[in-house]
Each structure stands twice: as structure tokens, then as C-alpha cells.
Design a protein around this ligand. Structure first.
Ligand SMILES: [Zn+2]
Length: 184
């Protein structure tokens, strides 16, 4: 650390104080005797999200949360579960220690977790975030959910509330959305 007065390269530490975020050191230049303070703190990396159009923006958990909330609207899912899901994703992203992440990868992380939480929310989210370019793929996705529900009693009881109707309605809605979007 160079002296701010004479740019000499060496100084001695007179005093060192540690707070929860930083260490402050009072220093004295060994050449001209000027006293100055330095601070040492952990640098928080900003995680950037690369969007489909290649634009970059800082990661915001709130955005992920909004997307999940929208998909879970009017579903019997406790709001703390929705928040936990978003927290969980943030923790996983931060622990990966990367500087950038594709928005697709975040979408996949949400889908993976919604699939285990609520099938209707999953289908809604999938229809928005994973570009289902044709309805066949969405139908396959729904069929695969139906298969899982047969094998896993837990999920089938989850679906037994409003099973077929809800799924059919969800597919119809998505189908309508896509046909109007693609053929306008
Ligand atoms: Zn100096």
C-alpha cells in the first residue's frame, strides 16, 4: 500500500481494528511519517444472469420468486415453501461461485423443484420458461407426469384433488396461448 502523500511503498501498522465486515488498519508511512487508514473487506461477487437475448443483468432473487409465485397462483402451496424454493436456488447459485449463469439454467432449477412440489405449477412454469415450440413436447411432458404419478402414490394423491380437469385446463390454456402467439 503506497503512502497517499509521498507514494513510498512501506508503512508500519499503528493500530488494527476488526469489525464484522472489515479490518481497519491505521498506518504510518516509513518515509514521510504521514498517517493513513486502510480497510480490508471481503469482496462480494456479483452474479450476472445471461438472458436469451444475451443481455446481462445482476441476479435478483425477487425475479425468480415472482416467476414461481405466478406459476403457483391459486395452488394449495404455502408461501414459505415458495420462498424456500427461491432461497434454495440462490444458495445453490452462490455456492457454485460462478460470475455468470444462463437464465435457462435458472429456469431448469426452478422446474426441477416445482416438479416435486406441484404438477400444475410445474406445467404453468414450463409453458412460460421452457419454450415449448410445439404442443407435442408439452403433451409429452404432461404424459410423463401422469406416468410418475402412477408410480409414486404421494404425487398421485397430490393430483387427486382436481386431477384430470386441472391438467386438461392447463394444457388447453397453454395451447390457446401458443396458437394465438404463433398464428397471429
Ligand atoms: Zn509518505
Amino acid at each position: 500500500m503506497k503512502c497517499p502523500h509521498c507514494s513510498y511503498h512501506d508503512s508500519k501498522v499503528l493500530d488494527s481494528r476488526e469489525t464484522s465486515e472489515a479490518i481497519r488498519r491505521r498506518r504510518q508511512c516509513l518515509s514521510c511519517g504521514t498517517r493513513f487508514t486502510t480497510q480490508e473487506r471481503v469482496q462480494q461477487n456479483t452474479l450476472y444472469v445471461i438472458k436469451k437475448d444475451r443481455r446481462r443483468e445482476p441476479f435478483q432473487k425477487e425475479k425468480v420468486l415472482n416467476g414461481i409465485r405466478k406459476a403457483c397462483e391459486k395452488r394449495p402451496i404455502a408461501s414459505y415453501l415458495i420462498e424456500r424454493l427461491a432461497d434454495d436456488i440462490e444458495i445453490e447459485l452462490v455456492s457454485q461461485g460462478k460470475d455468470e449463469v444462463n437464465s435457462n439454467a435458472i429456469g431448469d432449477m426452478v422446474m426441477e423443484r416445482l416438479k416435486a412440489l406441484d404438477h400444475i405449477a410445474y406445467i404453468r412454469f414450463a409453458s412460460v420458461y421452457r419454450d415449448f415450440t410445439d404442443i407435442t413436447r408439452l403433451k409429452q411432458e404432461v404424459d410423463s407426469l401422469a406416468d410418475t404419478s402412477l408410480k409414486m402414490p404421494k404425487i398421485s394423491s397430490q393430483l387427486s384433488l382436481l386431477p384430470e380437469n386441472e391438467i386438461t385446463t392447463a394444457i388447453k390454456k397453454v395451447t390457446r396461448k401458443y396458437t394465438s402467439k404463433n398464428f397471429k
